[in-house]
Design a protein around this ligand. Structure first.
Ligand code: BGC
Length: 268
């Protein structure tokens, strides 16, 4: 992918799931990667280990790439400030931010504890904004940069029992569009990709064949997506191949946003 080699990339929430796949994908494309984690240093270290062993397998000396783990809870401003300081000092700058950290908690919308609602808004939406602010501040002083946000089909599709999650992702869409417009003349591009049902730890049903089959029966393509399929799209949006795209959400969902119930149309 044009324009990823040698770039400095920060991936939030990169110790598992889609973030992990993104970190590995970008490193394989020759980028220097900072793997952010909140509470799982061991998993984050394993991501770096995998990056380095992939390099060796590909015959690239692992030391040609810089990489690091960095702890931060993205919902805490002081954590975010310190993460950016560490990443910029260690990698020598920042070119690409991937806002991936997120969580989802379900429950009847009139009953879900407000503390759970707050967590989703704080991490998924406010956290993405806190990181975007810091990245943009750096980009403005260094000729530009790219932000890619990991959103969800639920920035668009309502999802009963997930009101905090859908609100956080709709907010992420508004942020993407607003920041893209505001910084369009500053060589800063901001886009989102929106995964559908993906085989990651956020979806424990992936290990339950019956539930998985039920969920997949609603997906037009008849299967879940993989973290690697999401990472490939994040890489495209971050790369120079997407140089003329800003403020957009690219849905990566096997057709989930296409009104799946119309797949076998009724007559009458
Ligand atoms: C959610 C998943 C869900 C998918 C499709 C994602 O944003 O995190 O739990 O399976 O959307 O509904």
């Amino acid at each position: 992918m044009r324009g990823l080699k040698g770039k400095n990339v920060l991936v939030t929430g990169a110790s598992s799931g889609i973030g992990r796949a993104i970190a590995i994908h970008f490193a394989a494309a020759g980028a220097h990667v900072a793997v952010n984690y909140r509470s799982s240093p061991k998993e984050a270290a394993e991501v770096i280990h995998e990056i380095r062993s992939n390099c060796e397998k590909a015959g690239i000396p692992a030391d040609d790439l810089k990489n690091m783990t960095v702890q931060a809870d993205v919902s805490k401003e002081e954590d975010v400030d310190s993460m950016f300081e560490q990443v910029i000092a260690t990698l020598g700058g920042l070119d690409i931010l991937i806002n991936n950290a997120g969580l989802q908690i379900q429950g009847a919308s009139h009953e879900i504890p407000i503390s759970d609602f707050d967590k989703m808004i704080d991490i998924n939406m406010r956290g993405a904004y806190l990181c975007a602010r810091k990245a943009i501040t750096h980009f403005l002083d260094h000729g530009g940069g790219v932000i890619v946000n990991d959103s969800s089909v639920h920035e668009l599709i309502p999802r009963p029992r997930y009101v905090g999650y859908t609100m956080s992702k709709a907010g992420m869409q508004a942020m993407t569009r607003t920041l893209a417009l505001e910084y369009a003349r500053d060589n800063i591009r901001i886009n989102s990709f929106a995964p559908g049902a993906t085989l990651t730890p956020i979806n424990p049903w992936k290990d339950d064949p019956e539930k998985k089959a039920d969920i997949e029966s609603h997906i037009p393509m008849g299967r879940s997506g993989t973290p690697e399929e999401m990472a490939a799209v994040a890489a495209f949006l971050a790369s120079d191949e997407a140089a003329y795209i800003t403020g957009q959400t690219l849905f990566v969902d096997g057709g989930l946003t296409l009104y799946p119930s119309f797949r076998t149309p009724w007559t009458g």
